[in-house]
Write a protein that binds this ligand. Structure first.
Ligand code: HMG
Ligand code: MG
Length: 299
């Protein structure tokens, strides 16, 4: 492992909040995004232009994108599932980057976007093309790269095929999502070997949920394979509405602590992150899922 730059993609305001039953006021989400922007993060995923009937917590996407402060040097990607979502995102005039999302399993695809894997890829290829024509950057996600809550284990070669499709469609980077956090070092290594046989490491990111407590180890496997981008959420917030029992992503504080220990330059101020983490957990009346934040706060 060599040191150097490492990009952390903060997904707390989107992945972290989308599964919350209680609707969080837009003002709190805006404050969260603005605070995160001041911690040195270069990417703060802000919201989703998905159907409010499917994910009510993200129904305030327009307000979020019109009221956050967009700090120089920070990107604010938003999730877009279809043409309607892209149209709404473009109408705000404030969206410069979107994220499209596909899955490596049929069961999850059907539950998450009401389409088969193939139908969903066809739609997102069209959305990606239109977004690029409109000057936007497009990031891709593949969900269920290790396992699916409906279909069981995922074949690594399927993940590789979908990653290739997303890159070919024009995504500048593909984030490999262990949506339900069932991966461990062995299965993640196999999956990454398959993907790395078709895609360069510079175009890959990992998105590890921490359901089984393996997320940090799984990111370390990705680092050993040369990947230098990982997604995480402040205080480990989150869960997926269409993946029962899935916990939040790896906590950003835990990831940053490990990265700094390895000698990576993230540009992120850990002390600042911990204060945001403490603030959001108090606000949401929830226990902090970050071990690092809990330890720093206790000491
Ligand atoms: P559908 O019901 O098949 O859509 O849902 P439809 O095209 O038939 O439209 C139904 C209604 O929704 C219509 O309204 C549309 O106008 C409206 P009505 O005529 O009934 O009044 N509609 C929309 N409204 C606002 N924005 C839109 C939109 N599209 C349609 N974009 C759809 C299909 C894709 C829309 C739906 O399934 C959906 O929104 N799914 C999103 C689910 C989601 O957000 N999941 C979480 C994000 S993915 C994730 O968390 C994984 C990730 O973190 C990586 C990992 O961990 O693996 C990224
Ligand atoms: Mg996720």
């Amino acid at each position: 492992i060599s040191s150097g730059k490492f990009k952390v993609v903060e997904v707390g305001a989107r992945d972290g909040l989308q599964n919350e039953k209680r609707i969080i006021p837009a003002a709190d989400k805006i404050e969260l995004i603005n605070r995160l922007s001041k911690s040195g993060l270069s990417t703060v995923e802000a919201t989703s232009f998905v159907s409010p009937k499917w994910v009510p917590q993200m129904a305030d996407h327009k307000e979020i994108m019109s009221k956050i402060t967009q700090f120089p040097g920070v990107s604010y990607p938003v999730l877009v599932p279809n043409a309607a979502g892209l149209k709404n995102a473009l109408a705000t005039g404030n969206v410069k980057e979107i994220a499209v999302f596909g899955a490596a399993s049929e069961g999850f695809s059907k539950k998450n976007v009401n389409s088969s894997v193939e139908e969903s890829l066809t739609k997102l290829e069209a959305v990606t093309k239109e977004a690029i024509e409109n000057g936007l950057m497009v990031r891709g996600y593949v969900s269920c790269v290790i396992g699916c809550p409906y279909d069981g284990n995922t074949e690594p070669k399927v993940v590789a095929q979908i990653t290739e499709r997303l890159l070919k469609a024009g995504c500048y980077e593909v984030s490999l999502g262990d949506t339900i956090g069932v991966g461990s070092a062995g299965s993640v290594r196999k999956m990454l070997d398959a993907v790395l046989s078709v895609a360069p490491r510079e175009k890959l990111a990992v998105h590890m949920h921490d359901t089984y407590g393996q997320a940090l180890a799984n990111v370390l496997v990705a680092i050993e394979k040369g990947i230098r981008v990982a997604d995480s959420s402040i205080a480990g917030l989150g869960g997926c509405p269409y993946a029962k029992g899935a916990t939040g992503n790896l906590a950003t504080e835990d990831l940053v602590y490990m990265l700094h220990g390895l000698g990576f330059d993230t540009g992120i101020d850990l002390t600042c992150l911990v204060s945001i983490s403490e603030w959001i957990c108090t606000k949401m009346e929830r226990q902090n899922a970050s071990r690092v934040a809990s330890a720093i706060i206790a000491n």
